[in-house]
Write a protein that binds this ligand. Structure first.
Ligand SMILES: C[S@@+](CC[C@H](N)C(=O)[O-])C[C@H]1O[C@@H](n2cnc3c(N)ncnc32)[C@H](O)[C@@H]1O
Length: 438
């Protein structure tokens, strides 16, 4: 079984004194544990306010905070037996770095306490201290996964791999793989997505030529598969209804070979703004971003019945992304999910109006909860007899996705929906359903 507390084996961390680095970790852990803002925002704000921090110190700070958030129940259990401020105890338990380095920042009492915590065997812990999930989330996951639940829980406590999507408009995956290799970055083709490369480690990518010229974007392999499933073709009219910062928009635009018209709608103009620099790098000229007021916006009414393919990447709990956003399991609530369900239903219904006869509609989330996934899809299907459900697995097979059967779930054959899980597929947790308008 994996050790409970993690420690990397690098020798030193940047130029900072171990005590100062641990103090900074404790301060940042304290800020993140207030849960006033998403953890990634708390961390980036801290970095902006502490510009002198070097890249290695930043990596230690971020990973320490994320480890504390990932293993919070376990650390809450260990913390009372320690001494000093709670955030310092949590930062010690989650510290991402060599044990010797950490210990040089600790008092003798703290060292003894840490050794005691290190000595606890996973088998001696309660379930909740092993899975580190809120109880309201445990029940629906166990109901879906049974014996596989511990494997999922463990995978959700690990960092996600770094996946890239190669821009199919401008580059071939094998060429980019070679180019990255020459820059000292090891990349392997991702198992399912034809555009995916999985990177070894977390190298800095922003300065690479491949990144600057738009040959690659950072994108989880699961997200790539959602864009692939829309199967948008040259010259079509396509809508990415909840485009956000356009991760999937860019992938869809490339499958259309930069032809036709691809509308990127979102209610957040701010998120769409983040699409603009990515769009400039991508060389796509078929994307039309537009902020809409809501899913019944005038613009939607004008396009009703005219669109070949519509992707609804719905706002959701994000509980499939806990490897990247571990704070979500502590910030999300059943009441918030109730509100999301109403939103998902309304958005799917609004977006469906756009689809022309014979056109395709894809509903997707990055949630692992059936109530945001199968339940929404099935209610939509029942209320819209003019939409015929299409099994996802044969569609993926037609798109040459290797091992597509492993990605399906639901329906009599287990082929109806796309269902991705971190422990099975090494992607975030994703869902997708597909319909064709009769
Ligand atoms: C899951 S995120 C989209 C992520 C994006 N597709 C990507 O690949 O990066 C959901 C998006 O839905 C947007 N949204 C929320 N309500 C909406 C509505 N009524 N109509 C359209 N978009 C909406 C949110 O602003 C958010 O950007």
């Amino acid at each position: 079984m994996a050790p409970i507390l993690s420690a990397s084996c690098a020798e030193t961390i940047g130029d900072m004194h171990p005590r100062a680095l641990l103090d900074a970790c404790a301060e940042l852990v304290g800020l993140a544990l207030k849960f006033d803002h998403p953890a990634d925002q708390v961390v980036s704000r801290y970095f902006r306010e502490h510009r002198a921090l070097g890249p290695r110190e930043r990596a230690t700070l971020a990973e320490t905070v994320y480890t504390v958030l990932r293993r919070k129940l376990l650390f809450d259990h260990f913390a009372p037996s320690g001494s000093g401020p709670k955030e310092r105890r949590m930062a010690i338990l989650g510290f991402h770095g060599p044990r010797d380095f950490l210990k040089s920042a600790l008092s003798d009492v703290e060292k003894r306490w840490l050794d005691q915590c290190d000595a606890v065997r996973p088998d001696d812990l309660l379930d909740r201290h092993r899975h580190n999930l809120p109880e309201w989330l445990v029940a629906p996951l166990k109901a879906q996964l049974g014996d596989e639940f511990p494997a999922l829980a463990e995978s959700l406590q690990q960092p996600a791999p770094l996946d890239l999507r190669v821009n199919a408009l401008t580059d071939k995956r094998a060429d980019v793989q070679k180019e990255l290799g020459l820059a000292g970055i090891r990349a392997e083709p991702a198992p399912f997505s034809p555009w995916g490369l999985r990177i070894d480690g977390k190298p800095a990518l922003a300065k690479l030529d491949a990144f600057a010229r738009g040959a690659v974007e950072v994108q989880d392999e699961g997200s790539q598969l959602l864009a692939l499933l829309l199967d948008a073709k040259r010259g079509e009219m396509v809508v990415d209804f909840c485009a956000g910062a356009g991760g999937k928009t860019l992938a869809i635009g490339a499958t259309m070979r930069s032809t036709g018209r691809l509308y990127a709608f979102d209610t957040s103009a701010h998120r769409l703004d983040a699409l603009k620099p990515r769009l400039a790098r991508s060389k796509l000229s078929n994307v039309h971003p537009a902020a809409i007021a809501h899913e019944r916006d005038e613009r939607i009414k004008r396009l009703a019945g005219k669109i070949d393919r519509v992707l609804v990447d719905a706002p959701c709990s994000g509980l499939g992304t806990l490897r990247r956003n571990p704070d979500l399991k502590w910030r999300q609530t059943p009441a918030a999910i109730e509100e999301l369900k109403a939103k998902q239903t309304a958005i799917l219904q609004g977006a469906a109006r756009l689809v022309k006869s014979g056109g395709r509609l894809v509903y997707a989330t990055c949630s692992v909860l059936p109530e945001e996934n199968e339940a929404i899809a099935e209610a939509f299907g029942a209320a819209h007899p003019d939409f015929e459900v299409r099994d996802v697995v044969p569609l993926l097979e037609g798109l040459k996705v290797a091992d597509a059967r492993r990605l399906g779930a639901g329906g009599g054959e287990g082929t109806r929906y796309l269902r991705l899980w971190p422990h099975r597929h090494a992607t975030d947790g994703f869902f997708a359903a597909v319909w064709q308008r009769k």
